[in-house]
Design a protein around this ligand. Structure first.
Ligand code: HEC
Length: 149
């Protein structure tokens, strides 16, 4: 009887650990998706003319990016060792083999955002800002993001 309780107990613990790992991966993915919303769903769509230029929306997107990008280092501290189920992109294990280099990709992105804050006034300046920020996002993705499908 005792053996059975122990067996069931450790099984539940195992399930709990797997769920916690998935939660970490989801949290990391959500952080990225939030940044994508500001940069792609707002800024890029305006650059492309898919939605009209809107100063308040631009300012808000920059504010959200400014708050979100510095969180990358902490949110990616734990290694979930698994991908978000059904996700198109995953985190490379290289992040946790070289966390200092991964973290070093964050300040340039933060700087690109700070540099344009309050300076975007029209579609032309938005285009320049978009490109400068996106290049820094990609500097990290090139090495540390894996395409899953
Ligand atoms: C320091 C590294 C780093 C920086 C900087 C960074 N990312 Fe990421 N990003 C990642 C990693 C790692 C992944 C893959 C894991 C994941 O999806 O959570 C990722 C995934 C993504 C994804 C795919 C999410 C999905 O699964 O569908 C998007 C979109 C994205 N990032 C947008 C951005 C944008 C926009 C910026 C710049 C504002 C940015 N990222 C900056 C590391 C970074």
């Amino acid at each position: 009887m005792l053996r059975m309780i122990v067996a069931v107990g450790s099984l539940l613990l195992g399930v709990g650990a797997v769920m916690a790992q998935q939660e970490i991966a989801v949290q990391q993915d959500n952080l990225m998706r939030g940044q994508a919303k500001s940069l792609y769903n707002v800024m890029l769509k305006m650059v492309k003319g898919e939605i009209p230029y809107n100063q308040a929306a631009v300012d808000n997107a920059i504010k959200e990016l400014e708050e979100s990008v510095p969180k990358i280092a902490t949110v990616f501290t734990p290694n979930p060792k698994q991908d978000v189920v059904g996700s198109h992109y995953g985190a490379s294990q290289k992040i946790w083999q070289n966390k200092a280099d991964f973290d070093s990709k964050i300040p340039p992105a933060a700087k690109a955002i700070a540099d344009v804050k309050g300076k975007i006034k029209d579609k032309a300046s938005l285009r320049v800002a978009y490109t400068n920020i996106n290049d820094r996002c990609n500097d990290c993705h090139e090495t540390y993001r894996v395409k899953l499908k």
